[in-house]
Design a binder for this molecule. Sequence first.
Ligand code: C5P
Length: 241
Amino acid sequence: MADSARVVGDPRVIVALDFPAAAEALAFAGRVTPSLCRLKVGLELFSAAGPAVVEQLVARGFDVFLDLKFHDIPTTVARACAAAARLGVWMLNAHALGGTQMLEAARGALEGTRSRRPLLIGVTVLTSHDAGTLSEVGLAADPAAQVLTLAGLVQKSGLDGIVCSAQEAGIMRVRFGAGFLLVTPGIRPAGTASHDQQRTMTPHAAVRQGADFLVIGRPITQAPDPVAVLEGIDNELRTRL
Ligand code: C5P
């Protein structure tokens, strides 16, 4: 595991900044602190606001997960990873379907980029897929088997871990061991709305299953008091683990 992985006392929560423009994302960031949460910049915000918003969040001291799910020829992905590392991101990701050559190129591009290289996480099967949509794109395997195959490729290629559903975290932890980071979306603190997430899990249950980092968006970004929600999660994890 890279030295920039979570250590005791670091926040496990990564807030998904799913905002349409930089102003809203930066306004949200102004309401929280790097000791309370990490921040995720995904395709919507990055497409709207570009690298500048990432640099501004990093300059404010936040650990930023750049969630752009790279998937291209190895050289292009390697160069994109190196460019992301220059922005100062803490974590980034690439699609395991790109194969070991692409994943190893991505991993190699991050070596020596900074004293603390960014963590590199593999995306296996998007949770929006089911057996039908997988077979439509020529992947006949059962989705769960496909996740295991791709997670194996990710580990073999030297990446730091995977994005997976909290429902899969227990199996992944057993299969891939303690040092393999599990980053889980679909988390809902008890008593909050599930929105469009189908199979949710509470922060406490997800960590019990083996999740290292919890990606949470709307229950925090749309809360009247985001700090109170983050502190509630932190207290729950501290007192119940
Ligand atoms: O608002 P919410 O907590 O549902 O946001 C979850 C975040 O995690 C979003 O940015 C979403 O794109 C991301 N995500 C997900 N499910 C996956 C992969 C990523 O919800 N399988």
